[in-house]
Design a protein around this ligand. Structure first.
Ligand code: ZN
Length: 114
């Protein structure tokens, strides 16, 4: 039996520059947070399948997706963070690396036996 599924790891929350909350209008208290999802086999991450990021207001704790943000400054800051600060950790590919190594070994072994 092969156990597989998806897992996720949370992204360290970071305060965004400027902007205000679409819900309560609190200034400069918007945070970005989210999580990365990956596919796992026997709990070994195989490959990443995406990330989810959203903003959270430090005051009212409301969570907003990018399309709910109207403030341009906040959108810029949000997009910058999403593109530049969320890196997929190498271990999200570890299953794929093991798999590739196993395939290579299987391909090489018969040659070594000759
Ligand atoms: Zn708020």
């Amino acid at each position: 039996m092969i156990i597989f599924g998806t897992g996720s790891s949370t992204i360290q929350p970071k305060q965004l520059e400027g902007g205000s909350c679409p819900h309560c209008n609190t200034q400069n208290n918007m945070w970005i947070q989210g999580y990365k999802k990956y596919f796992h086999v026997f709990w070994i991450p195989f490959f990443p399948i995406g990330k989810k990021v959203y903003t959270v207001c430090g005051h009212c704790k409301g969570a907003f997706e990018k399309r709910e943000i109207q403030n341009q400054e906040l959108i810029t800051s949000f997009t910058d963070f999403k593109n530049n600060h969320i890196k997929t950790p190498w271990y999200h590919f570890i299953g794929l690396i093991i798999f590739a190594a196993a395939v290579m070994l299987i391909a090489i072994l018969p040659l070594l036996g000759k």
